[in-house]
Design a binder for this molecule. Structure first.
Ligand code: 13P
Length: 279
């Protein structure tokens, strides 16, 4: 049994200089490949159920799938709710066996974000699980613009909420299909001067590989969320599998061909977050 909380995997990462991947899942095929890749790299992994995953599959089903994988894995696995927007949604995830709740109050005014996130963090801690909050706003490629995290507000958010991890906005943008962006390192340094809570970077797909590696080892960033990059790898593998034989119609047979390419792509992502002593 290797089910873990967010604090269980991020505190050692902060201490020892590496980061843990928060991988966006959409279903059984990708979550299973992510755990296989984490076992092959011998690193912990955070399985994340975000809004589009939850629109497709009910939370109690996702919780059971995450826990089944965790209980049979040789590495720590976190069952994480990504971008929960309401108390009830977070409560349902807790009741469904999740071990980590992200409450996203980043569109709210500061005091309201602190108050609502604190309520989720208190609920999570009372149940022995973890909570991630977001301060500043991480925008979306082709959509809403980012609002960079103010370091003093981040410090106030950390002490006011008691979160185990804090998502920040420092040049990162969700849904980027290339790595031409890059993080605002002076802003990250200013934030980590004022708080000792592990930091989270959403929109990890858009962060160049060298910057991921350097910040995983040498900053308070302990969690990078990666979705788009692996959805693209899965999509390409699925397209190849479908096109390889027009006579095939059984989806389990087709999906089987996506497993090895997705494990390989995930291993490359996970390897990029390792510390000096994990290689
Ligand atoms: P990307 O899809 O841009 O990697 O972002 C994932 C994410 O931040 C999920 O919360």
């Amino acid at each position: 049994m290797t089910i873990a909380t967010l604090a269980d995997v991020l505190q050692p990462a902060l201490r020892d200089g590496y980061a843990v991947a928060g991988l966006v899942t959409l279903g059984w095929e990708d979550m299973r490949a992510y755990v296989a890749a984490a076992e092959a790299e011998n690193v912990p992994v955070i399985l994340q159920a975000g809004p589009s995953c939850r629109a497709h599959t009910p939370l109690p089903v996702l919780g059971a799938m995450f826990r089944h994988l965790a209980e049979n894995a040789s590495v720590p696995v976190v069952a994480h709710l990504d971008h929960g927007y309401t108390f009830d949604e977070c409560k349902e995830a807790l009741d469904s066996g999740f071990t980590s709740l992200m409450f996203d109050g980043s569109r709210l005014p500061l005091e309201e974000n602190i108050a609502q996130t604190k309520a989720i963090a208190d609920m999570a801690h009372a149940a022995g699980i973890s909570c991630e909050g977001e301060i500043g706003f991480v925008g979306y490629s082709g959509g809403e613009a980012s609002a960079g995290t103010d370091p003093a507000e981040a410090a106030r958010f950390a002490t006011g909420t008691g979160v185990d991890a804090m998502a920040v906005s420092a040049g990162n943008v969700h849904l980027q299909e290339n790595k031409e962006g890059g993080l605002d390192e002076p802003r990250i340094r200013a934030i980590e001067q004022l708080t000792d809570v592990p930091l989270v970077i959403h929109g990890g797909s858009g962060v160049p590989l060298e910057q991921r590696r350097a910040l995983a080892r040498g900053s308070a960033i302990c969690k990078f969320n990666v979705g788009t990059e692996l959805r693209m790898a899965f999509g390409a593998a699925l397209r190849d599998a479908v096109n390889s034989d027009p006579a095939r119609f059984d989806r389990v047979t087709i999906l089987r061909d996506t497993h090895d390419p997705l494990v390989a792509a995930t291993r490359r992502v996970l390897a990029g977050f390792k510390g000096e002593n994990q290689c």
